[in-house]
Design a protein around this ligand. Sequence first.
Ligand code: GZL
Length: 325
Amino acid sequence: MMMKKTMKFGRRTLLLATLSAAFGAAVAAPGAPLVMGFSQVGAESEWRSANTASIKAAAKEAGITLKFADAQQKQENQVKAIRSFIAQKVDVIAFSPVVESGWDTVLKEARAAKIPVILTDRAVNVSDPSLYVTFIGSDFVEEGRKAGRWLLERAAKNPGVALNIVELQGTVGSAPAIDRKKGFEEAIKANPKLQIIRSQSGEFTRAKGKEVMEAFLKAKDKKIDVLFAHNDDMAIGAIQAIEEAGLKPGKDITIISIDAVKGAFQAMVAGKLNVTVECNPLLGPQLMQLARDVVAGKPVERRVTVIEGVFPAEVAAKELPNRKY
Ligand code: GZL
């Protein structure tokens, strides 16, 4: 009996070892809680706070030991955190990269330490895609396209009318800022009367979004008809600037933003925001399942996307009570 059991245990260990060698994943000792090192961008927006809450709650629910580091939107802090996770020999590293570039060196250190890396929320540009096992996050180009398509449909009600657009970009060099801009510009190309006349980073924060919108409003050379903000927090900051300039947000200036956080629904109910494109931050449960599968050496999808909608002001009052973030 003993012999048979040992043989069976032996075969299982061999299989896991083979799989882990194949996927370069460390295999947590059976029974010990899985340890995840997570480096978060920061706490810059309602979206980010909801994303952090989802990750922490899901780790607790899954019995996964979470070592969480807030980088305050600085790449050097994320690199330091990842190096610390490597030194602590965690079973898996996950992070939301604040910008797309500059990750090759530290991800090679993680690979050398045989610690698998999962990207969440934002993607990276690396020389060797095998430096991370999988990426779970939204399609930001499509989010930009959805924002542009909404404006095209609205503009089609007044054909031939020129609309001057100002754009509040997200963090310079970040995947959402690069891709949302790309998708929006791709969509509005269909109507040459829609022109982006000014575009600047509001760093995804309310404060900076307000400051940049104030500067846009001060440059009185061209009338502003539309604001496209890469996230709701910058749109909410811009709403304050527009009101302080004596204008009516949502009426004098049409406002389009992305994330679909509660603050955006409240602004739409108040008639100050026209539409928000959903970007789902509640990735925690999917991330924890991916981590378990990766550490167990199971094959996982290289790209895991999230289903998201578009919420115009007309549906805001009905939707607000259903919102989870
Ligand atoms: C998008 C996420 C962005 C949000 C912002 O997935 O990376 O960062 O749109 C957040 O609100 O700051």
